[in-house]
Ligand binder design. Structure first.
Ligand code: NAG
Length: 298
């Protein structure tokens, strides 16, 4: 007991001291349209025009807790000079609003727009490169990553996500931005909201009508035995983005990036890849090197 306490303390100390900088809450960020808090990791050797990675936590999480769980981003920020934003949900349960029309729609308000405002803050105050903005998230943060890809394709170049649902799948009629507890869609979470690729694609496009620019490339991880956001959501996400990105299923690569995982390659594999994680529940562990390779910044 005594010995293991010492070991744990030593491990925590060496992890913290291995970073060049620390996580800070951005007091100057005026949090609108919702009250989400902005945390940021800025490495000592930040590039003059650093790429921006937005790392979005799961329900019951916070910006600081997700920072601790995914220290690999900060470690790589030290090596490569990018910055990492960790938004912190304003809701009581720590979930993100991915249910209201406001949050689902371009410039419609909601948590999605607050997160985009954090990106703009980082571009203005830290010199962040608007052409190198990326996002990642787990569970509720994975859902938000899909929502941001749909509503703000002009802001983000790429996304990775761990255990989410399609953009728009969690929509709940009557849900409003800023609810104390964002609305939950159990039909979607249960994997029972099934649409055609065209229907999903039309839904995504409806969130930013008239937009014809580029859209973020997506790397999607999902566990086959997920009982929080059922596995069927993985297939629906792939249908959705295959339609939006205009790529169709090409081939599988088995046992990669690790044994038991299957990579599903769409098109030439540069716009959409699914990773089916065999016998994994909710959610697959974050794979920082795969994320950064997908973003092209490490
Ligand atoms: C590709 O892999 C997925 C996930 O394991 C599987 O459901 C699908 O049937 C595979 N497709 C082909 C053509 O092998």
């Amino acid at each position: 007991m005594f010995f293991s306490t010492i070991l744990a303390a030593t491990a925590a100390f060496s992890l913290a001291s291995a970073l060049s900088s620390s996580l800070q809450q951005v007091a100057g960020f005026t949090s609108t349209p919702t009250k989400a808090k902005m945390y940021v990791y800025i490495p000592t050797n930040k590039l003059a025009k650093p790429p921006i990675v937005v790392a979005i936590h799961h329900c019951a999480g916070t910006g600081p807790s997700y920072f601790s769980e995914t220290q690999g981003y900060a470690q790589n920020a030290d090596t490569h000079g990018f910055i990492v934003i960790y938004p912190s949900s304003p809701s009581s349960g720590g979930c993100w609003d991915v249910s209201s029309t406001a949050s689902l729609t371009h410039n419609g308000g909601g948590d999605s727009q607050t997160i985009v405002n954090m990106v703009k803050y980082a571009e203005t105050h830290y010199g962040g490169d608007p052409d190198k903005v990326y996002m990642t998230g787990s569970s509720s943060g994975a859902m938000m990553t899909n929502v941001l890809a749909g509503a703000y394709p002009d802001v983000f170049k790429a996304g990775t996500l761990y255990g989410g649902v399609p953009d728009g799948c969690f929509y709940v009629a009557g849900a409003t931005a800023g609810m104390a507890t964002p609305a939950w869609n159990s039909q979607c979470s249960g994997g029972k909201l099934i649409k055609t690729a065209q229907q999903w694609g039309d839904q995504v496009r409806s969130y930013y009508p008239g937009y014809t620019g580029s859209r973020p490339k997506m790397l999607i991880f999902h566990g086959t035995i997920d009982t929080t956001l059922y596995y069927a959501n993985f297939g629906e996400e792939l249908k959705e983005w295959s339609n939006v990105l205009g790529v169709s299923f090409n081939h599988n690569q088995t046992n990669t990036p690790i044994s038991g995982y299957t990579k599903m390659i769409y098109g030439d594999g540069t716009k959409l890849v699914g990773v089916s994680c065999y016998n994994v529940g909710h959610t697959p562990p974050v794979r920082v090197p795969d994320d950064l390779a997908w973003f092209g910044i490490a």
